[in-house]
Design a protein around this ligand. Sequence first.
Ligand code: CP
Ligand code: NVA
Length: 302
Amino acid sequence: MKKDLTKLMDLTKEDIVGILNLADQMKKDFKNGKEHKILNGKTLAMIFQKSSTRTRVSFETGMYQLGGQALFLSTNDLQIGRGEPVEDTARVLSRYVDGIMIRTFEQEEVEKWAKWATVPVINGLTDFSHPCQALGDFMTVREYKGALESVHLAYIGDGNNMCNSLIVGGLTCGMTVSVAAPEGYDPDPKVLDFAKKYDDKFILVRCPKEAAAKADVLVTDVWASMGQESEVAARKKAFEGFQINNELLALANPKAIVQHCLPVKRGEEITAEVFEAHAKPIFDEAENRLHVQKAIMALLMG
Ligand code: CP
Ligand code: NVA
């Protein structure tokens, strides 16, 4: 594995399987009360430029469970907020801490952190990707479906950070991935370029029913991501019909599970009824963030 985890495109299938296997082990051991203090005395700096519930709490708790500690750092409070460049902050923090997790807007900023920091940098969400969440999703899919190979994942909605990450990670792991997004809301061109190598395993369509047909896993995410608050009304209009509801679910494999990274907007990308009916795998998915990130930190910082 590389020094950093900034996007799934940097991981091989073996890297992903290695993370997921270790995460399964971490989860099992945690449930059995077996501790792994492999990051004893180490510190993770967590830099947030956007809100977070799951990412913050799962990284902080995970670090504690591994014997280390985590620092929550809002960019408003750091000198970064007053213009200190990433180049300098990354080099300073590298003298104090053993790893840096960052949630921000531009992917390029995370890549810059990775370039200048001498300690591992982990992407906790950018507008382009959300690798830790997608890995948590794959861990959950393996728990429910036994494998990733030949599982058909259908993503319905915005071609956003989650969609980009599920396409790249899913195809890397041998999944079939179908995406339904309205025109103008496609996944990132770099991701579509990446998907070209997997011609027979990937489709991008405009019709949710076509994408959902016979799918084993149905995934969606909010129509307006963090930072797109001013586009909410226009997006609600553009995404009409791109909802996971009982009608769409009826076209999928009868044993299909539903995944959502959360937070959810009930009545928009998914009905409250479908969400509650699939709450078990959705909250397992949220739980698995903890285990998968412990595995990532153990591999990068251990
Ligand atoms: N899914 C996810 O990353 O949630 P938070 O925004 O609460 O961290
Ligand atoms: N696409 C969402 C994911 C939140 C975890 C966002 O970026 O806001």
